[in-house]
Design a protein around this ligand. Structure first.
Ligand SMILES: Cc1cc2nc3c(=O)[nH]c(=O)nc-3n(C[C@H](O)[C@H](O)[C@H](O)COP(=O)(O)O)c2cc1C
Length: 423
């Protein structure tokens, strides 16, 4: 028999995403029945859910027809799993308190099936002590959580943890739980369980990260490039988002997918990257991991430069590109609290990095040896040295993802220290 989900939709902006959840579930042969809170019907119509579920949509505890037809107790037992999405702060509070004053909460109290909740709310609501208490209570009660993730909110200028998990991720978690329940296996602790509240130390901070190479045109079809893959910069952007920051990633041409929960600006040349960085200021933290071309071609051809038997080999005149790191580190109006540059060196790595930090005026330099033998350029691993005005640390070889995580943790600690010092 096909699996059945009872979807309880709460009154949040992310309610519209549940339409996609229903469609995807039905594509997989999973039947979905919808219960909407009264607030949810302010965001999406029952008609839409009715059409997509091909079933009645239930919202009123005291609707006699519904009670005669099915009743809230049967509703709560006929599914293999209950999914609450978006789980509002209000719904979490009612669930934790054992309320049953509407259909959604009465069903949740009466069920004997596993319950998966996908919270979605403003970061301040999510980080509120009351929500923390409620989530801890629900975790202790065996309720499963998926998300929330971090990133920009629907409200302008708001960022941090509180975005509902993507419909496909909720569905994957739901399928897993239903599989475990059918096998009679323990259903708890299988997922990304209780969200770690302490783990959003960069909530409310805006981070700009540059990544990848730049391409400097020679003519409309040719360009000067470098071997940067963008792997390290993209990993840093993802790590910053995981810690709750609002992240703007400014990426040169790379073959990598855009990391989740980041606003990504795609650029090609150093000049475009400079303009994109300036347009993003002010930010709290700037991390310049891109391998920006030092020079561009002054006499780039408007048309493709032709190779003819008679013509001589063209001469390229190079001019210097603007120095993004130096410009931002010396910005008069909008210098970020923390400016981090990268130094890709092939010899005397630490010595050059120390000199570079002073010359550019940035706070930290992440230096790495990019000689071909190290396979750092394009590879998945990195060995870095972290240079500040007072200290120099050499980190052991790690994956670029681990370097990114460790670096962003260090950034979070630093921001907490300077934040505390300013108070
Ligand atoms: C425009 C708007 C957006 C809202 N978005 C959310 C949200 O994303 N998460 C949340 O917890 N509450 C949100 N709220 C508040 C809830 O709608 C409100 O707490 C409501 O009582 C929730 O009811 P329910 O939990 O029964 O669905 C929003 C309110 C408005 C007016």
């Amino acid at each position: 028999m096909s699996k059945r989900i009872l979807l309880i939709i709460g009154g949040g902006i992310a309610a519209y995403k549940c339409l996609d959840f229903v469609r995807r579930a039905r594509e997989r042969g999973i039947a979905v029945r919808a219960v909407m809170t009264r607030a949810a019907t302010e965001f999406v119509t029952p008609l839409s859910f009715g059409a997509l579920t091909n079933d009645n949509v239930y919202s009123d505890l005291f609707d006699l027809n519904d009670e005669r037809e099915i009743g809230h107790i049967r509703l709560s037992r006929e599914a293999d799993l209950i999914v609450v999405a978006p789980a509002t702060a209000d719904l979490l509070a009612k669930m934790a308190g054992g309320h049953a004053n509407d259909l959604a909460t009465a069903v949740l109290m009466a069920t004997d099936k596993p319950v998966l909740v996908a919270p979605a709310m403003n970061p301040r609501m999510w980080l509120h002590p009351a929500t923390k208490r409620n989530v801890a209570t629900l975790d202790a009660d065996g309720i499963q959580f998926i998300g929330p993730s971090s990133g920009e909110m629907a409200e302008r200028g708001e960022a941090g943890p509180g975005r509902m998990a993507e419909p496909l991720d909720i569905l994957a978690a739901a399928e897993r739980l239903m599989g475990e329940a059918a096998d009679g296996r323990q259903t708890t602790r299988g997922l990304r369980v209780v969200p770690d509240f302490a783990d959003a130390p960069l909530a409310g901070r805006h981070v700009v990260v540059t990544s990848g190479p730049t391409h400097e045109p020679i003519d409309p079809v040719r360009y000067i490039a470098n071997r940067s893959s963008g792997k390290q910069g993209h990993a840093i952007a993802a790590a910053a988002a995981k810690l709750g920051a609002r992240v703007t990633l400014i990426s040169g041409p790379v073959t990598l997918p855009d990391p989740a929960d980041c606003r990504v600006v795609h650029v090609e040349t150093a000049a475009e990257m400079m303009a994109a960085v300036e347009a993003t200021l002010p930010v709290d933290i700037a991390i310049f991991a891109a391998a920006v071309a030092d020079w561009r071609v002054a006499n780039a051809g408007r048309e493709k430069i032709k190779k003819t038997a008679a013509s001589r080999v063209p001469e390229l005149a190079l001019v210097e590109n603007a120095d993004i790191l130096r410009t931002v580190a010396h910005h008069r109006r909008a210098r970020p609290s923390l400016v981090i540059g990268f130094a890709a060196e092939t010899e005397h790595v630490i010595e050059h990095a120390k000199k570079k930090r002073k010359a550019k005026g940035c706070d930290w330099i992440v230096a790495n040896d990019v000689s071909p033998a190290t396979e750092v350029m394009g590879g998945d691993r990195n060995t870095i040295h972290l240079v500040s005005s007072k200290t120099m640390e050499s980190w052991p070889e790690m994956s670029k993802a681990d370097v990114a995580d460790a670096l962003m943790r260090r950034v979070a600690e630093h921001m907490a220290q300077i934040g505390a010092a300013a108070e």
